[in-house]
Design a protein around this ligand. Sequence first.
Ligand code: UT7
Length: 377
Amino acid sequence: MGAVIIGSGKALPQLEIANDELKAVVDTNDEWIRTRTGISTRHISVGESAQELAYAASCAAMGLTGDLFPQTTSTGWCAQPIDPESIDLVLYATVSPDVVVPSCAALLKRHLNLPNAVAMDLNAACTGFIYGLTTAEAMLAASNASNGGAVRNPIKRALVVGVDRLSRLTDWDDRNTCVLFGDGAGAAVLEWDAERPGLLATYLRNDDDVKNSLTCAHAIEAPQPFTESGISAEAKADPDASLAAADEMLGIGDIVAEGGIRQVIRMDGRTIFKFASNAMADAVGEVLSRAGLALDDIDCIVPHQANERIIRFAAKKLGIPEERFQLSIADTGNTSSASVPMALADAYASGRIKPGDKVIAVAFGGGLTSGAVLFEA
Ligand code: UT7
């Protein structure tokens, strides 16, 4: 028995920006971006909200026609159309929520018309979808186990979504980061199955990012009527002192004080590159050993699509051919929480993942998070 993936979908915004078009905002070129990252083009949502992308990806994963937001293109695979009433849990991984209350997951539950689901958001940066799958599996297993503990919500099916509009968090004057990112959404449906094994092993990890090598501050905007000595209506005009404390935590106090934008992604690319290549290989090794399997047993690895060179480096470290990895980065760029579920949808929709195949999904990101999930399709 186990949590089996029964649907997988993705959605991309309509606007597509090719590498050379980025010359309009920064000093870059197609050759540099392609050879250093494997990216040729990315999709940017201008009219579409992240919610619309998440809705379209979820409809594709559930085999629904979903015409609430018709302008978004989506593709996917599902074993058979999934009844919205049968979804008991929605987990929505993102670093770029459209709204804070209600949760984006609660909005998605409403738009998809899932009357029986409970819903919540989670943020584990680019590893969000792996954290989501792991959490959903644990809740499905706990709910369907008969080994005591608390009396829990009955959960038979879970919808796990990864969606981001990194374009909203990107400094479009910084060529070191802006050429890397794109927008999109991916989704998967997990079902508890009494016969099939589904997820065989999960592994999550969090290394402290003591050097602030990958950060994005949050610009909370509601004016505060408080000073250190109490409440005063006039204080609403003052800058929020707690923001300065948060800026210091991320090491961007001076930048913001000098007029730099607060809420953009800042990254030490080389440090993250090194962390990523090692973290991916380590996470793959960990899930294999937890499942008691060897690399030769694995048909396909679906990695976080941050940089093709990172994937190549990890393949070399693991001693396996690059062809074993699903590569989807060329026309998406790095889409953070959406990256793994979109690549998964590509692998399912193209027939690369077949029933009975053993697959590893693996990711890394800010936090510094990393993790992997090994499953039988
Ligand atoms: O989702 C998780 C987070 N992100 C990642 O996983 C990203 C991890 N890091 C990377 O993928 C790579 O480090 C980058 C793609 C960000 C950078 O590649 P790199 O090979 O490490 O390049 P670099 O930073 O060492 O820069 C090499 C040169 C520099 O010029 P100089 O100093 O050698 O003259 C840069 O200024 O390339 C220059 N450069 C560019 N040139 C043209 C940097 N960005 C660009 C650009 N276009 N967009």
